[in-house]
Design a protein around this ligand. Structure first.
Ligand SMILES: Nc1ncnc2c1ncn2[C@@H]1O[C@H](COP(=O)(O)OP(=O)(O)O)[C@@H](O)[C@H]1O
Ligand SMILES: O=P(O)(O)OC[C@H](O)CO
Length: 497
């Protein structure tokens, strides 16, 4: 008999609700974008209320498209944009401030000071770098800049959550005793969780001056956290995974050395390193891959790229050279190559493996011959070059050569990009049958908790290939292109003093 599992995927640009059956087929899907708020240069916010409202709308939309009843859902999983920070009042349910998004760099001075004094210690305890990317400095900014929050936080009235916690709290009752819970893949992105003990770390809380009373309880990534009240009444929430770890899970990368790359707003390459964590000396992050119930935690190495699909949106919204995302491929296809144009989209500095705050967006190599098609092509190619930057370091750190790359996310519909990715890496790029692997990972984590599936081995049977892209590029051209990309990177670094 068919069983149905729901997954809420709350991403940087949109919220989705997807219903899967127990063979990992998509039964129905609904999706809504939300507003990106840019109050100042470098600041990026979302409205938490809008996110919660859109989440409810897509749940209703997904269920009505599916033809099943809400009660037919065995359970629901949550996956989410990570690091994005919300502080709200547990009695009123109102956020004190907008959600500060992972891309927001307003806290760079806070981070610089803390990095100088405690950088090494923090890296050892968390596997991360002190950077604006992660939640801790964003929480501190809210506590220090919004009136009354610190006092309320000390009393336990103002509570913090990443998006998973915000959605779970609202789903399970909100002001009527909603569950204030997170799990290790999200908690490992806050700079406040000890990556060995999987507990909040008192020393880190002191460094960032954050009261422990405001933090959620850390459970595992797959267990029943509670039942929903109101929307999805009485349905359990059985799994939570940060979106990049969820895609790793959805791609069934359960073995040491298994890797995937997800092309969304940003681009995130994760390699499962098993029960042992590897601390990177070369700009990768160590993070929790998943913790299923009482089983041992699995770790991953991550190469995070801040701008990938966001550059396509920028060409659409800020330059207007395309009307919708898919047009970028039509433009890029009109030219044979980039004609020497390289585009480094360091809009908020560069993430992995460079971690350069001083870099800014740079287009180099233009002549009178350059037209918008070359810019479109260079923009797409930048995602593939950034991925190669990460893979070069990943191979060094793990000692394992990546033989093929499993891909997913919104950009993988772009065949030109996928072909170029294979060309510039000289390895096959593999697109799975289900490219909504982020949502699928959350559905898997939730389904495991209520015995829809019995083990991760069983999940592997549902993964299959849709398309394989093989390299067609000559070695000399690959070398030349990558050399020039590195030159472009050098030009982008150091623009900001
Ligand atoms: N055909 C396309 N070619 C290139 N990029 C695309 C295409 N379609 C969508 N995108 C990009 O994919 C991103 C959306 O992917 P998604 O995985 O939904 O992102 P997120 O989870 O970060 O919100 C957007 O940034 C968009 O610009
Ligand atoms: O919303 P996405 O898919 O761009 O993912 C965002 C990441 O979780 C940020 O770390």
């Amino acid at each position: 008999m068919k069983k149905y599992i729901g997954a809420i995927d709350q991403g940087t640009t949109s919220s989705r609700f997807i219903i899967f059956d127990n063979e990992a087929n998509i039964i129905a899907k609904d999706q809504l974008e939300h507003e990106q708020i840019y109050p100042k240069s470098g600041w990026v916010e979302h409205d938490p209320i809008e996110i919660w409202e859109k989440t409810q709308k897509v749940i209703i939309g997904g269920i009505s498209k599916s033809g099943i009843f809400p009660n037919d859902l065995e359970t629901v999983g949550i996956t989410n944009q990570r690091e994005t920070t919300i502080v709200w009042n547990r009695h009123t349910g109102k956020p004190y401030y907008n959600a500060i998004v992972w891309q927001d760099v307003r806290t760079k001075d806070i981070c610089k000071k803390i990095e100088e004094k405690y950088g090494e210690l923090i890296n050892k305890k968390t596997g991360l770098k002190v950077n604006t990317y992660f939640s801790a400095s964003k929480i501190k900014w809210i506590l220090d800049n919004i009136k009354g929050v610190r006092e309320d936080a000390e009393k336990g009235d103002a509570i913090f959550g990443t998006i998973d916690t915000w959605i779970l709290w609202n789903l399970t009752g909100g002001v009527r005793n909603g569950k204030h819970i997170t799990e290790p893949t999200n908690a490992s992105r806050t700079l406040l969780m000890n990556i060995d003990t999987l507990e909040w770390d008192e020393e880190l809380l002191k460094i960032f001056d954050i009261p422990q009373a405001m933090l959620p309880e850390i459970k595992s990534s797959s267990e029943v956290y509670g039942k929903c009240k109101g929307i999805l009444e009485n349905i359990s929430i059985g799994g939570i995974l940060g979106d990049q770890q969820s895609a790793l899970f959805g791609q069934t990368c359960f073995e040491k050395g298994d890797a995937k790359n997800t092309y969304g707003t940003g681009c995130f390459l994760l390699t499962n390193t098993g029960e042992n964590k590897i601390l990177s000396g070369n700009g990768l992050l160590t993070t929790v891959a998943y913790k299923i119930g009482d089983n041992k935690v699995h770790y991953a190495l991550e190469g995070s790229i801040a701008i990938a699909g966001a550059l396509v949106q920028w060409l659409r919204d800020n330059l207007g050279i395309i009307e919708n995302s898919s047009q970028i491929e039509e433009l890029a296809e009109k030219v044979e190559d980039n004609s020497g144009v390289f585009f480094v989209p360091a809009f908020s500095g560069l993430f992995a493996p460079y971690w350069e705050d001083t870099a800014r967006g740079t287009i180099v190599g233009m002549t009178r011959y350059t037209n918008k098609n070359h810019i479109a092509r260079a923009a797409l190619e930048s995602t593939a070059f950034q991925t190669r930057d990460v893979i070069e370091v990943m191979e060094k750190e793990t000692g394992v050569k990546i033989k093929e790359l499993k891909v997913d996310g919104g950009m993988v519909v772009n065949n030109l990009l996928m072909q170029f990715q294979s060309d510039i890496l000289n390895v096959p790029v593999i697109k799975p049958r289900v490219t909504e692997t982020t949502a699928l990972g959350a559905a898997y984590a939730a389904g495991l908790a209520v015995n829809v599936w019995s083990s991760t081995d069983e999940l592997k049977k549902h993964w299959s290939i849709d398309k394989k892209f093989k390299s067609k590029m000559k070695e000399a051209k690959r070398k030349d292109l990558y050399k020039n990309w590195k030159k472009a990177i050098d030009k982008s670094i150091g623009w900001i003093d």
